[in-house]
Ligand binder design. Sequence first.
Ligand code: MG
Length: 368
Amino acid sequence: MTTASRPINVAVLGATGSIGQQTLDVIDRNPSRLRLFGLTEGRRSTRRTAEHIVQGQAGDPDFDARVEAMITDPRCDLVVVAIPGARALAPTMSALKAGKEVALATKEVLVMAGELVMRAAGERGIRTVDSEHSAIWQCLWGEKRESVRRLIITASGGPFWAHPELDLDQVTVEQALNHPRWSMGPKITVDSATMMNKGLEVIEAHHLFGTPLDQISVCIHPQSVVHSLVEFIDGSLKAQLGRPDMRLPISVALCYPDRLPGAVQPTPLEELSGLEFHALDEVRFPAVRLAREAARAGHGRPAVLNAANEEAVTAFLAGEIPFSAIVRSVERALAAFPGGGDTMQDILEADRWAREYVKDNSGKLRAK
Ligand code: MG
């Protein structure tokens, strides 16, 4: 499909977000390899020229039809999915069904419908744009699946991990948005503070790499230099390291199997002294346990986990519920969910059910 003689035609869904902007930056700096074929933008303009520029919001019929036309255009080679949340599912499936390569930044897509998405991707798989998963992917290149003992996802810990004295009922939106290492959008920054981001990432890794849930661990690594690791059956550990900069995982996903020269500045080894690794406190941060349980139980529960979390994060950012009520909302939604099926319709129904549950019960969810 792509040849070395012409640049890869890239469509960027969600070009005005943090990942979208950094993707445009990578494309702009590498015109001989990458070409901006199309993009979607929300209220803000990216001031870019491309064959397809689609403005508006996913879910609007006109917007969705124009996105469909862009990503199914025979000239489009690769689709970067960087629309936040569950709205990214439909265009991801469209791109896969059209036979496109997909670089996926929106982990919610795999959390909700991992089996269906991976089946649609088939042999070519999904190119991940999540820093931890990109690290694991790079560690797995050239390795046999049966050689893997365990995937180890690193977590910076977010703004609250290093402050056990903080009462998580009292922390403010400003505190939650103050991530110590990465600059990201508000949803994922709050997910990092609750550790739900790591819960979602465990499910994401399970689908991306076909690894059983009990062979995926989470480890706190406050420096965010080791982006994740793979442990092999001979006891060897492989890690991928570098300064926190999303342009590296973006470049890896866009140019695979090639590496993009100068994608990021190299990291001097002298900067890497004092790397720490700590066990995750699952009592104070129960999100990873909840995610693992939801994925194991299946039948729509991962979609409930994801949708309840999205709604609760929105309510927290609007000042409607305290920080600690985010994970509590997810836990109660999972406990109340009657169980569903595994088709796309069932998953969308579970998503809808969870959103209504959190909205209808926000008063109760506020209290402990
Ligand atoms: Mg990540």
